[in-house]
Design a protein around this ligand. Structure first.
Ligand SMILES: Cc1cc2nc3c(=O)[nH]c(=O)nc-3n(C[C@H](O)[C@H](O)[C@H](O)COP(=O)(O)OP(=O)(O)OC[C@H]3O[C@@H](n4cnc5c(N)ncnc54)[C@H](O)[C@@H]3O)c2cc1C
Length: 371
């Protein structure tokens, strides 16, 4: 293998490139990406970047020294027989090995410019500029992204309504921490509407109508949709790589013997896990899978997730703690700072607690102390 092409220059693509070099690959690497900004941290976009004082260029990732040819283009097609990808300008890039790491795009209800989504640095720039005008805003979706946008919007002085069916964040952090976060959201002035948004339409020149599944309608001039993402698989539609519309890999990231995938786009070993640390670990594994095949280690890592919202920092190590009451190891929820452990799932979490991530991982795996 002398020529490797990487599609996507987000964290998964960059990690794959660095790992290939670290593992001794001395052939040529071409990395193709269509975001004109230098690579940046996406998690920072919904956190610090919605604050009025942060310079968006502070989200730029440190430069990598591993050698590769960078191409700013959109990949539009793949020919697996002749082993090349085609970019929008018509150029073709031949490969012996291909890494697919071109992420996802935000889902949305309309094409209207006042419906905002947050996936790219340009999205963050536009959303922040609009929120600084302090419009009333409806945030659709109470996952981490929706709650972080709601948090940023309230801190900028907006009147915020958040629409989510059930307890926001429950699917990501379980009911105990989700309850704590919802309380903080309400204390910060967010109106939480427990319903599913069945449609969003620009009903007049000034406002959107958000129709709820309980028959109610709510209105605002601005909507931010945080309703999930869809893999960027358009350019793979004519290839034979998709299974039921999904890019599925084995446990080493392989789609075929010479094509691997990693990050948000991939159903890695059958499961899509669109979080930052997964993208990194999957990319390391996939780079090994491409170079070493069955000799490469399979994906094995402790899942980790964090969020910052309403002045609260939450870190979770291990499976999402849905059930069981956590044992509070240190601190308390009342004081707003706590270290928690779920023995049922071997998960640990911290709330506003200065704990290094490796220690949190260790804690998650340890047996819960008896209450
Ligand atoms: C606002 C926001 C906040 C987040 N916060 C957190 C968090 O707190 N914690 C957490 O764990 N995760 C968080 N995530 C998720 C995390 O950022 C992603 O899991 C991670 O960035 C995925 O990396 P990736 O490299 O797979 O994809 P991406 O980062 O999407 O990179 C894909 C790259 O491919 C490029 N590309 C796309 N299509 C093409 C094409 N056809 N041709 C060429 N290039 C293409 C794109 O421009 C992009 O640069 C957040 C995501 C967002 C959007």
């Amino acid at each position: 293998m002398r020529e490797i092409v990487i599609v996507g220059h987000g964290i998964a693509g960059l990690t794959a490139k660095d790992t290939l070099r670290r593992q001794g690959f001395d052939g040529h690497i071409t990395i193709i990406g269509n975001d004109l900004h230098p690579p940046y941290s996406r998690p920072a976009l919904s956190k610090a970047a919605l604050s009025p004082t942060m310079d968006l260029s502070d989200t730029t990732l440190p430069p990598s020294s591993s050698l590769a040819t960078q191409i700013s283009e959109t990949v539009v097609g793949l020919n697996t027989d002749s082993q090349f990808v085609t970019v929008a300008s018509g150029d073709q890039y031949f490969y012996d090995g291909l890494v697919i790491a071109n992420g996802t795009h935000a889902r949305r209800f309309t094409d209207h410019e006042e419906e905002y989504t947050l996936r790219t640095r340009d999205d963050a720039q536009k959303l922040r500029a609009r929120l600084q005008e302090q419009p009333a805003i409806i945030v659709v979706g109470g996952g981490p992204l929706g709650m972080e946008i709601a948090s940023g919007a309230t801190s900028l002085g907006c009147d915020v309504t958040l629409v989510h069916q059930g307890l926001p964040m429950c699917a990501q952090v379980g009911p105990v921490i989700a309850g704590f976060l919802a309380q903080k959201a309400v204390e910060n002035g967010v109106k939480i509407v427990d319903a599913l948004a069945s449609s969003v339409t620009r009903s007049s020149a000034e406002q959107f109508t958000v129709e709820l599944d309980n028959g109610r309608e709510i209105y605002a001039p601005v909507v931010a949709s945080a309703i999930g993402d869809s893999p960027n698989i358009q350019w793979l539609q004519d290839s034979d790589l998709l299974t039921d519309g999904k890019l599925v890999t084995d446990s080493r990231g392989r789609v075929t013997d010479n094509i691997v995938a990693a990050g948000d786009i991939a159903c890695f070993n059958g499961i899509r896990t669109p979080i930052w640390t997964s993208a990194i670990e999957q990319a390391k594994t996939a780079a090994g899978g491409l170079l070493l095949g069955n000799e490469a280690p399979e994906l094995s890592f402790q899942s980790y997730f964090w969020t910052d919202q309403f002045g609260v920092n939450v870190k979770v190590s291990g499976p999402i703690p849905h059930n069981g009451t956590p044992h509070i190891i240190e601190g308390s929820l009342e004081s707003g700072s706590a270290l928690l452990h779920w023995s049922e799932s071997n998960s640990a979490a911290s709330i506003n607690y200065r704990i290094p991530v490796p220690r949190l991982h260790k804690l998650a795996k340890s047996l819960a102390p008896t209450a």
